[in-house]
Design a protein around this ligand. Structure first.
Ligand code: CUA
Length: 320
């Protein structure tokens, strides 16, 4: 019963750009549909057979004509491509100052956690005017995090991380849908994004509703690092069985058997669940898998902890 509109509200920095491209595509398509349909009608009448004896002249083709109908659509599709690619590039590169939020999809809910530890289910509070970066995964099947008002849709895929980001432009409550069929209650896997003014968001984040003494992911990760036994091998000591992890995050790591890799979220996650996949140069592949022992959310806490470890604490690493 509310006001009807063909398009969802535009509530993120990318929304207007996405819509502009869509309208351009629609306009170009409409132009050619009308042009071609019009020409068909015109030719039908203009070149109709006027008498039974009429023999039309033979046609011998035209290089200019063929060139034109090849080059013009090619140029138009290049416009589509570069326009789309530039939006895609913006969509996939979150600004460095983005607020981090962890997202785990499961049948049939969204579990979200802010970096101060505050958790939410099927609801995400964010500040207006600040980029928010989501690191996402799934505990079971593929889900898709869809916020129409932000023009944001990104799959959450089991066994790997995916990322997306957005920046809300106005306060409000926006739909959050699961946009990938994920089982019986897929249609019920819905929620909302609550965009708030900065001050209201800070108050909410520090607020007393929900979990009172939220443990930050960094602290939770540090505890797990001890309790899961990571610390017994990954010590900053010359005889440690595993590489020291201090200052690891974001660094390029040399691998056993050659090659390098940047230690990002995906690499750390893989090293926990499939430790033999990429072993650090100078170490034996002796680490056991933590699959089944640590949940996706646990791993996200461990990553938060690793990110927090200061580079300068790396002095005791194996080196040489
Ligand atoms: Cu989750 Cu559909």
């Amino acid at each position: 019963m509310t006001r009807f509109s063909l398009f969802p509200e535009q509530a993120s920095t990318i929304a207007a750009r996405t819509d502009a491209l869509l309208f351009f595509l629609l306009a170009v398509s409409a132009f050619f549909v009308l042009l071609i349909a019009g020409l068909i009608l015109y030719f039908m009448i203009r070149y109709r057979r006027r008498s039974d004896a009429e023999i039309p002249p033979a046609i011998h083709g035209s290089l200019a004509l063929e060139g034109a109908w090849t080059v013009i659509p090619f140029l138009i599709s290049l416009v589509f491509f570069f326009w789309g690619a530039s939006i895609f590039a913006s969509l996939t590169r979150p600004p460095d100052d983005a607020l981090q939020v962890n997202v785990v999809g499961k049948q049939w809910m969204w579990k979200l956690q802010h970096m101060n530890g505050r958790r939410e289910i099927n609801e995400l509070h964010i500040p207006v005017g600040r980029p928010v970066r989501l690191t996402m995964t799934s505990e079971d099947v593929i889900h898709s995090f869809f916020v129409p008002a932000f023009r944001t849709k990104q799959d959450a895929v089991p066994g790997r991380y995916t990322w997306t980001w957005f920046q809300a432009t106005k306060p409000g409550t926006y739909h959050l849908f699961c946009a990938e069929y994920c089982g019986t209650l897929h249609s019920g896997m819905i929620g909302s994004i609550v965009a708030m003014e900065q001050a209201a968001f800070q108050a909410w984040l520090a607020g007393s509703t929900g979990e009172l003494s939220a443990v930050t992911p960094v602290i939770a990760g540090e505890r797990l690092f001890e309790s899961a036994g990571c610390s017994s091998c990954h010590r900053a000591a010359p005889d440690a069985r595993g590489p020291s992890l201090a200052g690891l995050f974001g660094r390029t790591v040399k691998l056993r058997g050659g090659g390098t890799i940047v230690a990002d979220e995906a690499y750390v996650r893989e090293s926990i669940f499939a430790p033999a996949a990429k072993v650090v140069d100078g170490f034996e592949p002796i680490m056991p898998t933590f699959k089944g022992l640590l949940s996706e959310e646990d791993v996200m806490q461990l990553i938060a902890y690793l990110k927090s470890l200061d580079t300068r604490a790396d002095a005791g690493g194996r080196g040489q």
